[in-house]
Design a protein around this ligand. Sequence first.
Ligand SMILES: [Zn+2]
Length: 330
Amino acid sequence: MIKFNWQIIGHKPIISYLQAMISNNTLGHAYLFYGLNGLGKNTLAQYFIKSIYCCSNQSPCDSCAHCRQIVRQIHPDIIYLECQPGKKNITIEQVREARAKIHRGTFLNSHKIIFIRDAQTLSLAAANGLLKILEEPTAKTIFIFLTPTLKGIPETILSRVQVIKFLPVPLKELEGYLIKKGLDKSQAYQLAHLSQGCPGRVLSLLGHSKLLAEYQHGQQILLSQISADLNSRFALVEKLAGQAKSEKSQQNAAQFLAQISCLMRDALLVKNLCFDKVTHVNLKSELANFSAPYSSLRLAALLNRIKMTQRYLGQNVNLRLALENLVLEF
Ligand SMILES: [Zn+2]
């Protein structure tokens, strides 16, 4: 009887389901994990893969040859497919290489795993190339796809995999985990809310209280900047979009929009006294002051305007103009 030792926050039904398949030797041949980044899909997939290979009864043991090779991504029977740095897609050439490796058979007469990160970046040709092996699976071949969204994943792939949806981890559960890790109640509460149920978003802040304080201070300043007079708001845009078309400006603008979108959502929640769902719980009084002059309808309209600007950003628009039009609305 295998005793599983998966250190995962949340996702209990998924964990039980996958562990039962390993124990009962009923592994499927293709899984697709999807859900927001930071939910723990990759972490869970790593445990799943280790436990498929690990020879210990305490699985994974993290010390056998399989476990060690998996951690270093050098296991001979695992093929990694991911979007290369600087590229937009997983290419057909990468898939062809993977196919050749699959047909070579396994080194250890065990499973062969094809692990596809960011599956939404598969080019159409690459997805079609993969389809050929998905349709006629070789014995003991397992596909594991990871993607934050089902958009861009062809129906032909979706119909041949077990789709496993990852949901946000309940904040109370995450809070309990953080307290067990040594955080005091107030810090655990703040971090759990900041994660919005995606543990990966805050785990890097664990043990770095200075980073958390800096982040929170930054959000406080941002909130005061977007509610300042028009000159100050335009100065903020100038700072963000100064170097008109540079990639840096695009990144700055995307980050700015993501942050104010989150703050506007918070303002709307505070306005309607839904404190449980607020992300920046440390800014409750600032958010209440900010939202006081607005109606809920107006805040919702602002949130929509931010979303619209986020969509424009992906198109070839004048960045500065788009941001100026947005801050005019506040
Ligand atoms: Zn092991």
